[in-house]
Ligand binder design. Structure first.
Ligand code: SF4
Length: 300
C-alpha cells in the first residue's frame, strides 16, 4: 500500500529579495501567514549592492527574529563566468547585431542555471535527498512564490513532484501597489527590484538609475558590455565565436552610447511631458524583478 503524505516536509519561500517576496517574508514572520522554515535566495553573484543590503537587513531584522533560516544558494557568478574562457557559460539574453545587419538575441539560459538549479539542489539537500537520490513519492515541500495579482499569469506549477508551489499574495488578492504600501508601513519603503546588475531586460529608466545613482556600478556594466561584444569568452575560446556583435541594450549600441534618456510612455504620462524624446513602444512597461520562477524575460 502506498501512503501519500498530504503535509509538506517543510515550507520554504523563494526569496528574490524584491518587492513581492520581501513582503511574503514579513507576513510570515509576523504570523499573518503560516510559519515557513526557510527562505532561499538564489545569488547570481551580480545583484546590485542595494539588493544585497536589503537582503542582509531582511535576514537580520525579519527572518532571524522569527526563526526563519535564510540560505543564499549559488551556482556561480554570472558576470565572471561570462568572461571566463574556461567556464561553460549559460547565456544571458544578449541583443545581437547580425553580420547582415539584422537583429537577433541569444537564448536565455541564465535563469535555469543561476536561479533554479541551485534552489532545487538546496531543497533536495534540506529534504535529505541530494541529487541524484530518488525522492520517495508523496514527499514534497511547499514552496511560496511572491506573485501579485497584476502578474498572476506568471504563476505556474513546479516542474518537479517534490515541490508544490503556492502563491499567498494571490490568495490575499494583493497587487504590487498594495505590496509597496505594506512594505513601507513595515519600514521597508525602498525595497529594490532584484535582478542582475547588467540584465539586458532593464528598462531605460533602470539603466539611468544605475548611471545617475551609482557611478561605480555604471562603470561595471559599461565595461561588461564592452567585454561581451564578441559573445561569451568560452564560445570564442572553443572556436564557436559569435557571428555578429552582442550588446546589453536593445538599441544594439554600446551601453555608454545607448539612448537611455528617452522616456517611456508611462514616464511621460507621469510627468505630463510631450516634448522629450520617446522610447520604443516596448519600453512602455517596466520589467519586474527576476525570480527563479517568474523570470522578467518571460514578459519580454
Ligand atoms: S536578471 Fe536577467 S541576466 Fe540575471 S538571471 Fe535574470 S534574466 Fe538572466
Amino acid at each position: 500500500m502506498t501512503i501519500t503524505n498530504t503535509e509538506p516536509a517543510f515550507r520554504c519561500l523563494s526569496l528574490g529579495a524584491g518587492v513581492q517576496s520581501s513582503l511574503l517574508l514579513i507576513l510570515a514572520a509576523q504570523g499573518h501567514l503560516p510559519k515557513i522554515e526557510y527562505a532561499l535566495f538564489s545569488d547570481t553573484g551580480w545583484e546590485p549592492r542595494s539588493v544585497y543590503a536589503h537582503l542582509d537587513r531582511l535576514e537580520r531584522e525579519v527572518a532571524a527574529p522569527a526563526g526563519i533560516k535564510v540560505f543564499r544558494v549559488s551556482s556561480g557568478n554570472i558576470r565572471r563566468d561570462a568572461l571566463d574562457p574556461d567556464h561553460r557559460f549559460a547565456s544571458m539574453p544578449l541583443f545581437i547585431k547580425n553580420p547582415d545587419g539584422g537583429d537577433g538575441m541569444t537564448r536565455r539560459q541564465c535563469t535555469g542555471e543561476y536561479k533554479i538549479k541551485p534552489l532545487k539542489a538546496k531543497v533536495r539537500e534540506l529534504l535529505g535527498y541530494p541529487y541524484p537520490a530518488r525522492i520517495p513519492a508523496g514527499v514534497f515541500v511547499e514552496q511560496w512564490i511572491g506573485i501579485s495579482r497584476d502578474e498572476f499569469h506568471r504563476a505556474k506549477d513546479a516542474d518537479v513532484r517534490y515541490m508544490r508551489n503556492r502563491f499567498p499574495l494571490l490568495d490575499l488578492d494583493l497587487t504590487r501597489e498594495d505590496c509597496l504600501r505594506l512594505l513601507a508601513e513595515n519600514g521597508f519603503p525602498d525595497t529594490p527590484k532584484s535582478s542582475c546588475l547588467g540584465c539586458p531586460f532593464h528598462s531605460d529608466r533602470q539603466w539611468r538609475q544605475i548611471r545617475d545613482q551609482s557611478p561605480e556600478e555604471w562603470a561595471d556594466v559599461v565595461s561588461f558590455d564592452a567585454a561581451i561584444r564578441a559573445g561569451s569568452a568560452r564560445a570564442n575560446a572553443t572556436g564557436s565565436p559569435l557571428l555578429g556583435s552582442a550588446y546589453l541594450h536593445r538599441s544594439r549600441l554600446p551601453l555608454d552610447q545607448a539612448p537611455i534618456d528617452r522616456l517611456s510612455r508611462a514616464e511621460r504620462r507621469g510627468q505630463q511631458l510631450d516634448l522629450l524624446p520617446l522610447a520604443d513602444a516596448d519600453e512602455d512597461d517596466e520589467p519586474g524583478g527576476c525570480s527563479p520562477w517568474a523570470c522578467r524575460g518571460d514578459a519580454a
